[in-house]
Design a protein around this ligand. Structure first.
Ligand code: SF4
Ligand code: SF4
Length: 503
């Protein structure tokens, strides 16, 4: 048939509507613009691609239901799903990272935060800067506001953490945001007194556990006199979880969140890693590969690894986690949960680093100890490495409008839209993916980046291949586990809700 012969009659048959495809094992995955998907065998794919799917067949019914055929294409249904995947665009920055100090008592070989030694008191945020930052934060157009205390080690400058919390709670009485606080800490400087305060203010606590003790202590080093970093993290994780239980708080909602940074020596110890987490009562494990920020850039020769090795580790680890779930242990892998929520539920869990456009400037802002404001925490880390490309202003001189309307924010929003990227435009994983422009800028020298050479694209493709293989295998028990992981955990219990005028 000549192209010119394709008239309206030809298009009115079972011609494919817009689709992207990718081989998954011996099957073919199809995804459409709104992120619906089907897995076909070769013969079915041939019928579909040639427009020869017969009406009344199960294949026709499946493709029609999932919006892959022109004749039954439902534009309103597609638009509704695309809208559901982008609801975050209606809000504004909801995550606000407050770097209350660069000082840290620990020395991690990969430190992304560009820590400073404990005597560098000039890297402490002052109460005045904290107040100015909170003034900006509460101007966000988002109804939900999370203030995340980061460092360095935030417990080093605990008085400013307290001051920021008190000031934000007081100021919010007349503003009425749904406000919550989180803190990322190594717990080595935690005391019962500090914990009392943090629990009283419902601060969600998060720490790092990089595997079993020997491995954790090899990459996260405390001065010898202060003992083992792993022992501190484990002791306080258990203690905090016990305090939640004493307060009769529901364990699935209240527990310490822990993060792992995958370094080279962890790649063959996946079972020990998962067991360490589940024995601590952690419900989630986030298998994050190393980021190229901070000290990790300088120590790469010691701790980095090819992404192929990481992906093999990822497959083995998640296989083991699934096995554990089948035996009644409730623990999920966070990357998988983020992607599965998009794939199976048709919604976006608003994880800022894996969405389109990304969260920089429109989903998050980072406030450094000295009052400088950045698109994101990674932008702040890059500044510490001498690259101020993601600097938006400062808490003294910049208005909220100056910051969110900054040309850098506009640039990263455009660059974070994958439909405009040569590689992504044809990638079957496009509806579920997202690459932070700050990552492309760091590793490829451009916020746009070249995805086929991007290590993060490689990681996303590898994880999504694995997940779609599991979905295509369709083992009922595995599917049940994967579906459970998509349930978005409510965080309402950490919120400070205020009815304006009622206090
Ligand atoms: S990663 Fe965190 S705990 Fe480790 S050195 Fe850096 S700031 Fe300190
Ligand atoms: S970044 Fe890579 S995996 Fe993601 S949509 Fe683009 S090409 Fe696909």
């Amino acid at each position: 048939m000549n192209l010119l012969d394709i008239g309206p009659d030809a298009l009115a048959t079972t011609q494919p509507a817009f689709f992207r495809f990718r081989a998954i094992g011996d099957k073919v995955l199809l995804t459409n613009l709104e992120g619906r998907w089907v897995v076909l065998d070769d013969e079915q794919f041939g019928l579909f691609a040639r427009g020869e799917v017969e009406e009344g067949t199960p294949l026709h019914e499946l493709l029609s239901r999932e919006n892959f055929l022109r004749e039954t294409f439902d534009e309103a249904k597609a638009a509704e799903m695309i809208r559901a995947r982008r609801t975050f665009l209606d809000a504004g920055p909801n995550l606000h990272v407050l770097v209350v100090t660069l000082r840290c008592n620990t020395t991690c070989v990969y430190c992304h935060a560009s820590r400073a030694n404990m005597d560098q008191v000039q890297t402490d945020m002052t109460p005045e800067i904290a107040e100015k930052a909170v003034d900006l934060i509460l101007q966000t157009t988002s109804d939900y506001v999370t203030i995340e205390f980061q460092g360095g080690e935030p417990l080093v400058n605990f008085p400013v953490v307290q001051h920021a919390i008190e000031y934000a709670l007081e100021k919010n009485k007349s503003i009425g945001k749904q406000l919550e606080f989180t803190m990322v800490s190594n717990f080595a400087l935690m005391t019962e007194e500090k914990l009392d305060y943090l629990l009283d203010k419902r601060v969600q606590l998060c720490t790092s556990i990089d595997g079993p003790a020997d491995l954790h202590d090899a990459v996260r080093k405390l001065p010898r006199a202060d003992g083992s970093a792993h022992a501190h993290a484990v002791k306080w994780t258990k203690r905090i979880n016990a305090r939640y239980r004493e307060m009769a708080l529901e364990e699935t909602l209240y527990h310490v969140e822990a993060l792992v940074t995958v370094t080279r020596d962890l790649l063959h110890r996946e079972r020990e890693l998962v067991d360490t987490y589940s024995q601590l009562g952690c419900r989630a494990l986030f298998l994050r590969p190393l980021d190229p920020f901070g000290f990790a850039d300088k120590t790469a020769h010691l701790i980095e690894y090819p992404r192929e090795d990481y992906l093999e580790f990822y497959r083995r680890t998640v296989d083991y986690i699934i096995e554990q779930n089948k035996q009644g242990v409730e623990i999920l892998e966070r990357y998988a949960a983020i992607f599965l929520t998009k794939i199976l539920n048709g919604e976006d869990p608003n994880f800022l680093d894996v969405r389109q456009p990304g969260g920089a400037g429109i989903g998050q802002l980072a406030y450094s100890y000295d009052g400088q404001v950045f698109t994101c925490d990674e932008g702040r880390m890059l500044d510490a490495m001498g690259d101020s490309s993601f600097l938006l202003g400062d808490v003294w001189k910049s208005s909220y409008r100056d910051i969110v309307g900054h040309e850098t924010v506009r640039a990263v929003v455009i660059a974070g839209q994958l439909d405009a990227h040569p590689d992504c435009v044809n990638c079957a994983f496009n509806p579920y993916c997202g690459i932070p422009p700050v990552h492309s800028h760091k590793i490829q020298g451009s916020i746009w980046g070249r995805k086929r050479e991007s290590s993060l694209c490689h990681v996303h493709k590898g994880i999504l291949d694995y997940l779609f293989e599991k979905l295509a295998e369709a083992d009922p028990e595995t599917l049940e586990v994967l579906r459970r992981w998509t349930t978005t955990r409510s965080r309402d219990h950490f919120l400070h809700q205020v009815t304006v005028g009622a206090v």
